[in-house]
Design a binder for this molecule. Structure first.
Ligand SMILES: C[S@@+](CC[C@H](N)C(=O)[O-])C[C@H]1O[C@@H](n2cnc3c(N)ncnc32)[C@H](O)[C@@H]1O
Length: 419
């Protein structure tokens, strides 16, 4: 079918297709199909893929039972019952045959090989929670993507585009709610996209001392910021008080973000806060964060596992001394492990911890590293051995927050690079 002649072609008519349970046929099993299929699956489409061959990524969808695959070339009958067809093949003649079969059946047809021959165009898309922005570039996909990228950058920032209702004083969602958001280990760019979006929507932010300051610096002035002051060995507002604030603010209809260092459930008391909200009948979600337990060693050049070196890593809190009656850690058992030991909150008890590990069999010459304020501009790294690490930390005046890593992985990358 040809489009009406004229100096400028008519503009496309934008639609949001609700594809849940509806058959969509994808013809082709290469790179284009690999890019297109996830969004179709995300929309709940019943995808039929027709192609003699598949990329490994598409095969993974087939193996997981997410779509139907016909391992052969296209036949017009494949379109029976379909609502939409995506042609993802280079071969113009084969693509034209699909187009013709689609037109005969009044099915919209997207063409990867020739946009001018297509009856539908796929827009460049950016998704922000419930909001989907789709951009058509007047036939120029690069223009569409550039515009989409600009909008995505705007939406990624705080501002009126994302939070018009909040700016005017009314919450986006009239019901109060709490999100427990992992802020990552220190670098403000290590928060997740979802965590960042929720932070831009928040009316109340209850923040730990260890969360990246720059994230707080960028909050809107009208956001209520509550400092939970949970610094190691320092003053700490009682957990009950934090729980109370979360519940009270949410009950008052506020959108609350509880911003926590690293991941909320790694020595973060996130579980207690989730239970407190749930018990109070307050809607609550958790957004995972990049935990310092893995990220901080990583940025200091220490992979927590490495092929042929460590097949396990154990994350343990050192906030209680090994002989403390309340300790839940079996340090003597940890001493028998060959893999990597990652100790959080362990500086104060490091002498006792290393002595216990050595006394129970971990060799004193096992490499050890201590990383203070990892992923931030103030990061400091000390390399040592289990036998001397406590004294070396004291001599270097390292202080919390810091992570101690014990195991051969400490030298793996440096020795490889130096070799
Ligand atoms: C209460 S725990 C919270 C851990 C956090 N939930 C996480 O997943 O990273 C605090 C401890 O995490 C470690 N830590 C957190 N951020 C750190 C950083 N940027 N550098 C070094 N250690 C860090 C320190 O051992 C600190 O004492």
């Amino acid at each position: 079918m040809t489009e009406p002649a004229g100096p400028t072609p008519p503009s496309p008519y934008p639609l949001g297709l609700r594809l849940g349970g509806r058959r969509v046929v994808v013809v082709g099993g290469g790179a284009v199909a690999t890019r297109r299929v996830p969004a179709l699956l995300d929309a709940g489409a019943d995808v039929l893929l027709v192609s003699p061959e598949l990329t490994p990524a598409l095969r993974a969808h087939v193996d997981a039972g997410r779509l139907h695959w016909e391992p052969r070339r296209f036949a017009p009958g494949d379109l029976d019952g379909a609502w939409l067809v995506q042609v993802a093949v280079d071969d113009r003649a084969a693509a034209a045959a699909v187009s013709a079969a689609a037109a005969e059946r009044r099915i919209f047809c997207v063409r990867a090989d020739d946009r001018t021959a297509a009856s539908a165009w796929t827009p460049a898309v950016t998704r922000h929670g419930p909001v989907t922005v789709a951009v058509l570039g007047g036939g120029d996909p690069r223009r569409a993507m550039a515009t989409r990228d600009a909008i995505r950058a705007l939406l990624g920032r705080k501002g009126p585009l994302l939070t018009p209702a909040v700016e005017e004083g009314a919450p986006l969602n009239t019901g109060g709610r709490v999100a427990l958001v992992g802020a990552g280990p220190g670098d403000p760019e290590l928060i997740t996209v979802k965590g960042w979006r929720l932070l831009t929507e928040a009316e109340v932010v209850v923040a730990d001392r260890l969360v990246p300051g720059l994230l707080l610096d960028e909050l809107r002035p009208d956001v209520e910021l509550v400092d939970a002051s949970k610094i190691p060995y320092g003053p700490s507002r009682a957990q009950e008080e934090i729980n109370r604030i979360l519940v009270d603010r949410a009950r008052a209809g506020k959108v609350v973000v509880r911003l926590k260092g690293g991941d909320p459930y790694v020595f973060g008391r996130g579980g207690e806060e989730l239970l407190a909200c749930a018990e109070a009948g307050v809607p609550v979600t958790v957004v995972p964060g990049v935990t310092s337990a893995i990220a901080v060693p990583e940025v200091a050049g220490v992979p927590v596992t490495h092929r042929g070196v460590a097949h396990e890593f154990t994350v343990v809190s050192g906030h209680l001394a090994p002989d403390a009656p309340a300790s839940l850690v079996r340090w003597e058992a940890l001493a028998g492990l060959r893999g990597t030991l990652v100790i959080l909150m362990g500086l104060k008890n490091l002498a006792a911890i290393s002595a216990t590990l050595i006394a129970n069999g971990r060799p004193a010459d096992t490499p050890a590293a201590v990383i203070q304020e990892g992923t931030t501009a103030a990061q400091r790294t000390l390399r040592s051995t289990l036998g001397t690490v406590a004294a070396d930390v004291e001599a270097a005046a390292l202080r919390p927050p810091a992570i101690v890593v014990v195991g051969d992985v400490v030298h793996t990358l440096t020795s490889t690079i130096l070799a």
